[in-house]
Design a protein around this ligand. Structure first.
Ligand SMILES: Cc1ncc(COP(=O)(O)O)c(C=O)c1O
Length: 425
């Protein structure tokens, strides 16, 4: 039985529309090679994970070295040097006074930890999240996910979760336009608190830049205006950087594009270049609000993953990966916007750093989403040897989130291929 057959018979893939018809043999940098020897340019990085490149030799060497010493003991039963070293490093590289990390294995787990911390610290029980957001697949994080497409048949969800319109300027829920709107969607949070909550809100939870929702980048001034409202009500700012973190937007964390200090920040995906690890980091007094018994994770802070994360971060710093992301992303956006001029299917090109979305529409006036065209373009791109992602509330956004180490020439070729694919659908 080959891999495809075994997948059909033994792997539960009923939860996804389709698994890409590629059997991956190996990967390096921004290239994925299948079992037939065909090589693809990876523009999706394993859902925005291998930012320092597939099988980064420095990350692998650190992980292998750690494996010779200790694979698991549990970070909350014993003191483990590499866990302490990574926690110290995260306190140094995260914004503001974020200081103490709790380690888990994945993004949803980190967000669950953040929710729990926000409740413990404030003594409050409600949350406000954004429409179109995605925060994970556990019941708690799905409760904060603003997209019924992810939630159908999974309820009941947590009470006390309220959804506020997202800063999705292309489809502004208020039919306004930035900057003339004067950040109305941020300021209108006041009304959501007043009319949609019981004034018992622990935290406002938002992605630093929205990934699954279709690469939505909050405009300049957004989080500052949000924070002003939150401060009036003593509500914590909880930023989910699971997808937007680790250089994806051209800064280590997307929230650093804004002059605000988050109270709680979560990270996963890009933290260890493919090794499973996540962290929720908070100010000391918030972190210390856990009491014995409140929280734990068996695999959280796995020493091999932590060693990989430390090597990954060292690689970021030496190779100036954030600057690389910013620069390559800028060039990519210019090329895609140029393409938009001749391709009526492209409704909007948007992004920051190498977190880029191309939203396809049937009609630029009505902005009717074009998910079928997006799926076709993705398949045609694959045939041409380029792997892109898909996303957005309507499934009509091509996502370009490659390893940050990608060669700029590969991005240029990808845009040329995209032009041909768009013409062909
Ligand atoms: C913003 C955000 N938060 C949380 C998650 C969940 O992460 P995980 O799949 O590692 O649980 C994701 C995954 O895509 C995400 O994009």
């Amino acid at each position: 039985m080959d891999t495809l057959e075994k997948y059909r018979k033994y792997v539960n893939t009923a939860c996804v529309k389709a698994v890409e018809p590629i059997v991956v043999a190996r990967a390096r940098g921004a290239r994925i090679t299948d079992t037939s020897g065909r090589t693809y340019t990876d523009l999706f990085a394993g859902i925005s994970v291998v930012n320092a490149g597939h099988c980064n030799p420095e990350v692998l060497a650190a992980a292998k070295n750690q494996m010779d010493h200790l694979v698991h003991a549990n970070a909350y039963t014993y003191h483990i040097p590499v866990v302490a070293d990574l926690a110290e490093k995260l306190a140094q590289i995260t914004p503001g006074r974020l200081q103490k990390s709790f380690f888990g294995s994945g993004g949803a787990e980190a967000n669950e930890g953040g929710m729990r911390l926000a409740k413990q610290f404030t003594g409050r029980q409600e949350f406000i999240a954004l429409q179109g957001s995605f925060h994970g697949r556990s019941v708690g994080t799905l409760s904060l996910t603003g997209n019924c497409g992810r939630k159908r048949r999974g309820g009941p969800y947590l009470p006390g979760c309220t959804f506020h319109p997202a800063p999705y300027c292309y489809r502004c829920p208020y039919a306004m336009a930035y900057p003339g709107c004067d950040l109305h969607c941020a300021k209108d949070l006041e009304r959501t608190i007043q009319f949609d909550t019981a004034d018992d809100v622990a935290a406002f939870v938002a992605e630093g830049a929205m990934g699954e929702g279709g690469i939505i980048i909050p405009p300049p001034g957004y989080f500052k205006a949000v924070k002003e409202v939150l401060d009036q009500h003593g509500i914590l700012l909880f930023i989910d950087e699971v997808q937007s973190g680790f250089g994806r937007t051209g800064k280590l964390f997307a929230i650093e594009h804004h002059p605000v200090e988050p109270d709680i920040l979560t990270m996963a995906k890009g933290i260890a270049d493919g090794f499973p690890l996540s962290a929720v980091i908070a100010r000391e007094e918030i972190a210390d609000s856990f009491r014995p018994g409140d929280h734990l994770s068996t695999f959280g802070g796995n020493p091999v993953s932590c060693a990989a994360a430390l090597a990954n971060i060292a690689f970021y710093e030496r190779e100036r990966l954030c600057e690389q992301s910013a620069k390559k992303g800028e060039t990519l956006l210019v090329a895609l916007k140029e393409l938009q001029r001749t391709q009526p299917l492209i409704g909007e090109v948007r992004g920051l750093g190498l977190m880029v979305g191309v939203e396809l529409v049937l009609d630029r006036q009505t902005k009717a989403p074009a998910p079928e065209a997006a799926a076709k373009v993705r398949a045609l791109m694959r045939e041409k040897g380029f792997l892109v992602g898909l996303g957005g509330t309507y499934g009509n956004v091509l996502r370009i989130q490659p390893p940050l180490v990608i060669d700029p020439a590969d991005l240029q070729q990808a845009v040329a291929a995209l032009a041909e694919c768009l013409r062909a659908v």
